[in-house]
Design a protein around this ligand. Structure first.
Ligand code: EPZ
Length: 432
């Protein structure tokens, strides 16, 4: 089984290029189903298993998808063969549920497996269903499938999302693009990936206004066509490298990182004593003095992102003093804590908070990733631990990080994957 091996102790120094945002590419692939004619071209898409999996799901619906190594995804969705997504593909990646909104809007029907929970929480889709029903669809859950249908077109409406949900905002926004009349989504999620999706939808001929605020207005149109779109940089990957620089006391330029996508992380890193410099083409992070403990509470954007909670908890485990990390979005997103404890971290879980008592050193150990961000946190801890750390379960990491190992190695980390490890050549001495 492939693992990641790290020998800790190297300061990270240099520059790293951020890839395109996984959580922008996924909704855009789903939204491409709305195009009854023309080609969609997504530029800047990283190669990730989550993206590969969603490509398989839309291919199963009759959509042509080609992915090039250069990060270009070409999609033709003119002929849909079915409006039912297969269980064995959807179960691999819950964002597959985002094909429901486009299918409902374009064909009046969808039948998609109810996404199961995952390691970090139950993750229901009740707000997605609320959006579809508000638009006039009849939705039922039977035999593990969510099925929705509407006679004729969906009807524009005003819908208030009870929970600020990225997925429910995305699914409702996509469905509303072809509805009759205006739809107003209130209490909408404001993530940059939602803005990116809205820009793509408008390039397809939709009329979406207000994305990035908590009120999104969509004027329904008759039909949509394919469009070309370059995705935004991945703010979570960028944030992960920023924390990697901080935990190793390094000096790293994260090229392509957009400051206002990461303002909460930048504020918290500065509070901890990290130098964070916003440059027009990226963000520079320097940590050349002892850091201070900080308290962090995850919240919907622009609050502190839950997807950077595990990396920051790893950072705080090495900072002298007590930090309190509170996870408000997911009920079970501290599974990395037990693995960090195996490396010597002192962390107590009390309800939705982790009380982190920084320790003078972590020691390398064999640990296991439980979700992609927990996996990244274990890698970061390995960068600073004494000795060798072996991270198992790296299929989680491959879901959301494009060449994390290669990028960290260019910054000076002693890290490799065992599936591409080339042992150092044994120098044959001339005497032998
Ligand atoms: C997206 O998931 C991201 N995934 C997640 O990133 C991210 O953690 C999450 O947003 C929050 O920012 C993708 O973009 C592919 P939500 P999503 O709906 O849309 C509850 C990663 O690491 N909820 O905003 O599924 C839900 O249980 C992944 O890349 C309902 O109760 O998240 C959660 O507690 C992990 N009912 C909260 O809302 C619903 O109908 C936020 O979920 C929908 C959600």
């Amino acid at each position: 089984m492939t693992t990641i091996k790290i020998r800790g102790g190297q300061r990270l120094v240099g520059s790293v290029q951020v890839s395109g945002a996984k959580n922008a590419v996924l909704p855009i692939i789903a939204a491409s189903l709305l195009a009854e004619k023309g080609i969609t071209i997504i530029e800047g898409a990283p190669y990730l298993t989550d993206i590969e999996n969603l490509a398989h799901v839309v291919r199963s619906l009759g959509v042509k998808v080609e992915m090039s190594p250069a990060g270009r995804v070409q999609i033709i969705a003119e002929n849909l063969a079915t409006t039912e997504a297969p269980y064995e593909l959807v179960r691999k990646m819950r964002a597959s549920f985002w094909v429901a909104g486009p299918l409902l809007a374009r064909t009046g029907h969808f039948r998609v497996p109810l996404p199961g929970g995952c390691n970090i929480g139950e993750r229901p889709v009740d707000q997605h269903i609320k959006g579809f029903e508000a638009l006039g669809a009849e939705v039922s859950i039977e035999h593990g499938y969510v099925e929705g249908h509407v006679n004729g077109r969906l009807k524009g409406t005003t819908v208030y999302l009870d929970i600020v949900s990225v997925g429910a905002t995305i699914n409702t926004m996509m469905a509303a693009t072809l509805a009759e009349g205006q739809t107003i989504i209130e209490n909408a999620a404001k993530e940059p990936e939602i803005v990116d999706l809205a820009n793509y939808l408008n390039a397809m001929g939709a009329s979406v206004r207000g994305a990035g605020t908590d009120v999104i207005r969509i004027e329904g149109v008759e039909s949509l066509h394919g469009a070309t779109h370059t995705v935004i940089p991945d703010r979570i990957e960028a944030g992960t490298f920023m924390v990697a620089a901080a935990i190793t006391g390094g000096n790293v330029f994260v090229e392509g990182a957009i400051y206002n996508h990461l303002s909460s992380l930048c504020a918290k890193l500065r509070e901890a004593g990290v130098d964070v410099e916003d440059d027009i083409s990226g963000i520079r992070v320097r940590a050349d003095k002892p850091l201070k403990p900080i308290d962090v509470k995850t919240l919907p954007y622009p609050g502190f992102p839950t997807d950077l909670q595990a990396p920051v908890l790893a950072l705080m485990s090495r900072v002298n003093g007590v930090s309190i990390i509170t996870e408000t979005l997911y009920e079970n997103r501290f599974m990395h804590v037990s693995e960090l404890r195996r490396m010597g971290a002192e962390v107590k879980i009390e309800g939705r908070s982790a009380i982190v008592e920084g320790v003078p050193k972590l020691t390398g150990a064999s640990v296991t990733a439980t979700d992609l961000r927990a996996g990244a946190a274990l890698v970061l801890a390995g960068l600073v631990a004494e000795g060798e750390t072996i991270v198992n379960g790296i299929e989680h990491i491959d879901r959301g990080y494009n060449d994390l190992v290669g990028k960290l190695r260019t910054l000076g980390a002693h890290i490799f994957r065992t599936d591409d490890y080339v042992p150092p050549l044994k120098l044959v001495s001339s005497q032998s």
